[in-house]
Design a protein. Structure first.
Length: 397
C-alpha cells in the first residue's frame, strides 16, 4: 500500500507541474490593431502609403514596426498593454509636388505618447510637418490709366504655402525706375544683392495679420475706390477701398505736398525713401524691380550710391539671401536683359505690361489647384511666371 500511495503522489505532482507549465507558456493572447495615417490639411490626398509606424510596449520596451499600405493603414499583432505610437515618412520633391503643388522635399511625422491597447481597434493619426512654400508676388499694377493717373497702383502678395503665414514685419520695396533703356550700375558691376530706392514694412506685432493658404494681402498706393471716388479716376479699373486694400502707402515724408490718408486702411511703415521730393509713392509707370523680403534689422541695412554715376542718391542694399520673391517689371518689349534691375538669381527673366497708362497689370499664373487652393507658378523667372492682365482684379482671378 505504501508503494501505491507514493506512486499516486508522484502522478498527481507531475500532473500539476505539467498543468502549471502549460498555463505559464500560453501568456496573453495577441490582438489585432491598426494605425491609419492621414496627410496634413491642404494636401491633395489623405491616404499615406509607405510610412513607417513604430509601436513601443511601455512595460517591456519592445518595438514593433510596420509600413502603411495603399489605404494608409499599418496592422499589428500586439499583446494587451500600454504603448507609444509614432509614424514618419520622408517625401521627395516629386511626391510633394504631386500632393501640394510645391516642389520641395518634406519630412512628416506624428506621435501618440501613450495608447492603451486592450482590444482590437484602430488609431487615426494625422501627420504633421513645417509648412512648405512662402509668400509670392501675385499681382503688380503700376502702369496707371489714360489721363496720366497712376494713384490706383497696387501690390498683391499671396500665401503660396500650405500653412498660415503672418504678414507682420514683411518688408518690400522697389528699385529705381526708368522711362528708357538704362543700365543699372549695380547690375553692371556684377552685384548680386538688390538696391532699393524705397523700402517699406507691414506693421504688426507678429500675429496681427494672419493670412491663410491661398489668400493674399493688397497694398495700395491710395486706399480708395478709384473707379467711383471723387478723388479717383473713372478710367481706373480697380476698387482699392477698405474692403479690398489691407494697407496703403501714406507717403508722409514730404510735408510740402502731403499725401491723402484714408483712416479706414492701415498704413505701411516707410523705412527709407531715396528722395523726399515726390508727393506720393510711385513704383514707376514704366516698371521697376519689386521684391519682398525679411530682415531683423532693416534700419541697419547699408546704403550706397550707384556705381559709375555722379548721383549722390543712396539706395538700400538688401542681401540676396533675405529676398523671398522678386519681379523685374520693365517698360515694354524692347527692353533687353542688360537693362534688368534685379539679379538673375532673384528673377531669371523679366516681364512687362507693354506700355504705360494702359490699365494693365502683371499677374502670376496659376500652376494647379489642390483641394480648391490655387498654387501659383514660381520658377523664379517672371517671363514664364507672369502674364499681362488687362483687367486688374485685386484679390480676384
Amino acid at each position: 500500500m505504501k508503494t501505491k500511495f507514493l506512486l499516486l503522489i508522484t502522478l498527481v505532482t507531475t500532473s500539476l507541474f505539467i498543468s502549471c507549465s502549460s498555463d505559464d507558456d500560453s501568456g496573453p493572447v495577441p490582438i489585432g490593431y491598426t494605425v491609419t495615417l492621414q496627410y496634413p490639411e491642404n494636401f491633395g490626398s489623405s491616404l499615406v502609403e509607405g510610412a513607417t509606424v513604430t509601436v513601443v510596449n511601455l512595460t517591456t520596451n519592445e518595438e514593433t514596426f510596420a509600413t502603411t499600405n495603399a489605404t494608409g493603414a499599418a496592422t499589428f499583432e500586439l499583446t494587451p498593454g500600454n504603448y507609444s505610437v509614432s509614424a514618419s515618412i520622408e517625401l521627395m520633391e516629386e511626391d510633394v509636388e504631386a500632393l501640394t503643388g510645391i516642389y520641395e522635399s518634406l519630412f512628416l511625422n506624428a506621435t501618440e505618447a501613450q495608447v492603451s491597447i486592450l482590444d482590437s481597434g484602430n488609431l487615426n493619426l494625422q501627420l504633421e510637418g513645417s509648412s512648405i512654400g512662402d509668400w509670392v508676388i501675385k499681382e503688380f499694377y503700376y502702369a496707371g490709366v489714360p489721363s496720366y493717373y497712376f494713384y490706383d497702383g497696387f501690390i498683391e502678395i499671396y500665401n503660396n504655402s500650405t500653412g498660415t503665414l503672418y504678414a507682420d514685419g514683411l518688408l518690400f520695396g522697389n528699385t529705381e525706375f526708368t522711362s528708357s533703356n538704362s543700365t543699372s550700375g549695380f547690375i553692371a558691376s556684377g552685384e548680386n544683392d538688390v538696391y532699393l530706392s524705397i523700402m517699406m514694412q507691414i506693421p504688426g506685432g507678429g500675429t496681427d495679420y494672419p493670412v491663410e493658404p491661398g489668400e493674399s494681402i493688397v497694398i495700395a498706393i491710395d486706399g480708395i475706390d478709384h473707379k467711383d471716388d471723387e478723388n479717383g479716376n473713372p478710367n481706373s479699373p480697380v476698387n482699392l477701398g477698405p474692403s479690398i486694400a489691407d494697407f496703403e502707402v501714406y507717403f508722409d515724408v514730404n510735408p510740402t505736398t502731403p499725401d491723402t490718408d484714408n483712416p479706414d486702411v492701415d498704413n505701411v511703415n516707410i523705412l527709407y525713401a531715396a528722395t523726399t521730393t515726390m508727393f506720393d509713392y510711385i513704383p514707376g509707370v514704366h516698371g521697376s524691380g519689386l521684391v519682398i523680403f525679411r530682415n531683423d534689422a532693416p534700419d541697419e541695412l547699408e546704403r550706397f550710391t550707384e556705381p559709375n554715376t555722379t548721383s549722390s542718391r543712396e539706395y538700400v542694399r538688401v542681401p540676396n539671401g533675405d529676398i523671398i520673391d522678386g519681379l523685374d517689371a520693365v517698360g515694354n518689349e524692347t527692353v533687353t536683359a542688360e537693362y534688368k534691375r534685379l539679379p538673375t538669381s532673384i528673377d531669371a527673366g523679366m516681364n512687362t505690361v507693354g506700355d504705360s497708362y494702359n490699365g494693365t497689370s502683371l499677374r502670376r499664373l496659376v500652376k494647379q489647384e489642390v483641394e480648391g487652393r490655387k498654387v501659383l507658378l514660381d520658377t523664379n523667372n517672371s517671363t514664364d511666371d507672369f502674364e499681362a492682365n488687362p483687367t486688374p482684379n485685386p484679390k480676384g482671378w
